[in-house]
Design a protein around this ligand. Structure first.
Ligand code: ZN
Length: 390
């Protein structure tokens, strides 16, 4: 059975989905105004690994990713290029799909542009107003977080700590940490008409409506970068709890560490962004996979080309082993294969799994047998493509 670390309970848990054979996953997707960098790609590689582990255990996976196109950065890009926000979104969403494909990520099966969900966002906000857990204040609508039980649990903050955040402050806001749902007071280049006035639905509510519309009252895994925990995921959970009437509408919160570049967060202004489209021109996608999986997903990783290249001997060894397949698998190798699977099932401990795979390859090189079926089984779990031409 797969064990996963849940940021909600702060512990490793046996993973049991709501439905018997199906795992529903929502991954916070990109704001579609630029290309995909390695930090984004790492997130999707990790959930691809998770999906492959779940598929291996007989679960089907349904993976939903939102494309954030209602956002000032998208609007700015549209203005810069004298086009619409929709054109900008489509262009970068296509580039995102190409980036995922170039890395062999096949698990994402639903992409949702949040701008397609504005009527649903409006409906969900109306429900929150009817339940009297949201309120209007000078044109804006806020969620009253004082009505949310255990608010602050994922980000591990007390009510006092939460009070120190002054989120989206506007006149008439009851508590500084209340969550903005619909913004009618700021000026945006694009806006939407609603019952509440003309404005834009706020970030957290966009994702909630996408998830509610696609998955209903509950789903199994919510994923994204660890930096999204507060306020984004805390707000999403509060909204989902109030809309679904359930304390635990999402089983597992799985967060991935950051990819740093020269010890700093990647940013265009620092000029340290590693774009997938550039990386893939230079390096084999299998090498990039081995590099990303060589670090535990919950840890931050500092990108270095030397570290990436240091996985090349392992990749060569893996390819050599593919050519050495035999009719039977030796007992020693079978035991190591079991350890490989066990590591992945222990909160996706891919660094240990890779170490086991390396030992297997060395054993095979030294004469112990492995069948192609057994070897491919492990390669498939890691999404390695068995192709030496690339
Ligand atoms: Zn999100």
């Amino acid at each position: 059975m797969l064990k996963l670390y849940n940021s909600f309970s702060l512990s490793k848990e046996d993973f049991v989905p709501f439905e018997k054979d199906l795992v529903k996953m929502f991954i916070c997707g990109p704001t579609v105004y630029d290309y995909t960098h390695l930090g984004h790609a790492r997130i999707f590689l990790i959930y691809d690994l998770l999906s492959r582990c779940l598929n291996d255990q007989g679960f089907k996976t349904d993976v939903l990713v939102n494309m954030t196109d209602i956002n000032q950065n998208v609007f700015d890009k549209a203005k810069e290029n004298s086009t619409t926000y929709k054109d900008v979104a489509k262009f970068y969403a296509s580039a995102f799909v190409v980036a995922l494909q170039s890395l062999g990520i096949q698990s994402v099966n639903r992409l949702a542009y949040v701008s397609d969900y504005v009527p649903s966002i409006e409906t969900q906000i109306k429900k929150l107003l009817q339940k009297k857990v949201a309120y209007m204040a000078h044109g804006n609508i806020y969620l009253d977080v004082s009505q949310v039980q255990h608010y602050g649990q994922i980000s591990q903050q007390t009510r006092e700590q939460l009070n120190l955040h002054r989120l989206d402050i506007g006149p008439g806001k009851k508590n500084p940490e209340d969550i903005l749902l619909w913004n009618c007071t700021d000026d945006f280049d694009f806006s939407w008409d609603s019952e509440f006035g003309t404005g834009i639905p706020w970030w957290h509510m966009q994702d909630t409506a996408v998830a509610v519309e696609n998955f209903g009252d509950n789903y199994d895994v919510h994923g994204g970068a660890r930096e999204l925990v507060y306020p984004h995921h805390e707000a999403h959970l509060a909204q989902y709890q109030l809309l679904s009437g359930s304390d635990k509408p999402i089983k597992s919160w799985v967060h991935v560490g950051l990819v740093l570049s020269d010890g700093e967060k990647m940013s265009k202004s620092l000029g340290n962004v590693v774009w997938v489209k550039d990386l893939i021109k230079k390096y084999d996608s299998d090498l990039i996979r081995l590099y990303v999986f060589s670090k535990h997903y919950r840890d931050d990783m500092d990108f270095s080309e030397n570290d990436l290249m240091s996985k090349k001997p392992l990749l060569d060894l893996i390819r050599l082993t593919m050519d050495k397949a035999s009719d039977t698998t030796h007992d020693t190798v079978s035991n190591l294969m079991r350890d490989f699977m066990k590591s992945l099932n222990d909160d996706l401990d891919s660094p240990t799994a890779l170490a086991k795979l390396e030992t297997i390859c060395i054993e095979v090189k030294n004469g112990k047998g492995i069948t192609l079926v057994d070897f491919n089984h492990m390669c498939n779990m890691l999404g390695l493509k068995h192709d030496t031409t690339n």
